[in-house]
Design a protein around this ligand. Structure first.
Ligand SMILES: Cc1cc2nc3c(=O)[nH]c(=O)nc-3n(C[C@H](O)[C@H](O)[C@H](O)COP(=O)(O)OP(=O)(O)OC[C@H]3O[C@@H](n4cnc5c(N)ncnc54)[C@H](O)[C@@H]3O)c2cc1C
Length: 417
């Protein structure tokens, strides 16, 4: 069923009884050409592009819970291409271009809203860094505008410009950045993959990976053994655990990131805004809630919920930047598990076992990467060759030290990226 205005009208006039499930509840088959472990954004996008670009439809996505239950449905929905380093720069630029055609391609409203992102800076040194990053973005073909303090004041009048410990010097404006509805992205890719024949198997946890003579032969799951000669591990925060099933130790630590949403308010924040002197980012959802987040919980954990000291830390940053937020009431907070790599950049590569492929290390920027990652990972799994846009996301950079992409310049400490 195609979604369009005519269907909305027809279903509305006939009691909304004609809508069909967006994807089948597939039962696992004994064997597939390709198995994708993980039905998050990256896994579903990979399956979609395997089918749509490479004609590979004998594919299963195995998801231990339900589609959208992982970080793809828990993030603060920011989509941008404002990276400065070669490797990241071309990849996120590629991903943003895919975002811009995504709703038409999937025939699904993911509520992609290019409302612009403004990264604030608070010192001359930060202004220099912002100018350098903006130039790198423009060299890559993306958009970046350096805003003065006065321009920020005109666009973001609700910030504290006068009484604050870290005065706002200006901002780097990325007009094509914005937000999208996070779980709709998972649903849209799931529907698109399903329509092309991919089996999306929910409530199917992978518990083991079978290897014979240095090649993968299949997986063990809570719903039986399934054979495949190509297996992609795309489980974000659980990457270390899955890789361990194949006898691998990945350079990944899992940490919790929390997010918060307030009660619905009248429109007040038109853009995505990030604070330069603390880790704090905020936007307003279409329902009116202020959606915001900050730093990771600093110790590794799989708990999928946050702790109180980080709540306090995020609230402090918010209050410093925009004291008006103190009048809003928090409705909910939640956490998700982040797959943190030592240089803050991802891995899209073959594993040192034939037929096994790795897609992980998205740290806390993996939502914006979903279309690009799916496209590049599908390319790698289908052709055996890296996609040009992701050629630098190699696993061996952590062994050799060559080609590290430390965007934050914080060194090899996972939780600082
Ligand atoms: C609070 C928060 C805010 C964030 N904000 C942003 C943001 O604003 N912008 C941005 O770009 N990124 C953001 N991120 C990061 C982004 O959400 C993640 O990097 C990205 O979603 C991870 O990829 P995924 O969608 O594939 O992961 P997931 O949705 O977590 O998918 C992985 C799936 O694998 C499944 N799985 C795990 N183990 C197994 C197993 N053994 N067998 C089968 N299935 C398994 C899980 O159930 C899960 O559904 C944020 C994350 C959080 C938590």
């Amino acid at each position: 069923m195609r979604y369009n205005a005519w269907q909305v009208l027809k279903q509305g006039l006939t009691g909304n009884t004609g809508w069909r499930p967006a994807w089948r509840k597939a039962e696992p088959k004994p064997a597939y050409d390709v198995i994708i472990v993980g039905g998050g954004g990256h896994g579903l996008a990979t399956a979609y592009y395997l089918a749509s670009k490479f004609g590979l439809t004998n594919v299963a996505v195995l998801e231990k819970g339900y589609v959208g239950g992982g970080s793809v449905g828990r993030n603060t929905t920011i989509v941008r291409a404002n990276y400065g380093l070669p490797g990241n720069s071309e990849f996120y630029s590629h991903s943003l271009k895919l975002w811009e055609g995504l709703e038409q391609e999937l025939n699904f409203n993911v509520m992609h809203s290019q409302r612009g992102i403004i990264n604030l800076f608070h010192s001359d040194g930060q202004r220099d860094a912002a100018a350098r990053r903006g130039n790198a973005m423009r060299n890559q073909g993306d958009d970046a505008i350096l805003l003065s303090r006065e321009a920020c004041r005109a666009m973001l009048p609700y910030l504290d410009y006068d009484q604050t410990r870290f005065p706002i010097y200006g901002g780097l404006y990325h007009p094509r950045g914005g937000t999208a509805r996070h779980d709709a992205v998972a649903w849209g890719y799931a529907r698109g993959a399903d329509r092309r024949g991919v089996d999306i198997v929910e409530n199917c946890e992978v518990t083991g990976i079978d290897i014979d003579g240095g090649k993968v032969t299949g997986v063990r799951t809570t719903r039986g053994d399934i054979r495949a000669a190509r297996i992609g591990i795309v489980v974000a925060g659980r990457s270390g655990q899955l890789a361990a099933m194949a006898g691998l130790r990945l350079p990944i630590e899992s940490h919790i990131l929390q997010a918060f949403v307030t009660e619905g308010l009248k429109p007040v924040i038109d853009h995505v805004v990030t604070y330069g002197m603390g880790h704090f980012y905020i936007s307003q959802s279409d329902k009116g809630g202020l959606v915001f987040g900050g730093d990771l919980d600093f110790y590794p954990s799989y708990a999928s919920r946050g702790n109180i000291p980080m709540v306090e830390h995020v609230m402090e940053a918010g209050m410093t930047l925009m004291p008006m937020i103190g009048r809003a009431r928090i409705l909910r907070s939640w956490g998700g598990i982040m797959d943190m790599s030592p240089d803050g950049s991802p891995i899209i590569d073959r594993a040192p076992i034939d037929g096994l492929f790795l897609n992980c290390g998205w740290c806390y920027g993996g939502f914006k990467a979903v279309p690009g990652s799916g496209d590049c990972f599908a390319h790698l799994m289908a052709t055996g060759q890296p996609h040009d846009a992701a050629a630098r996301f190699r696993l061996d950079r952590f062994a050799t030290g060559r080609g590290l992409m430390d965007e934050e310049g914080t060194g090899a400490q996972h939780n600082l990226h």
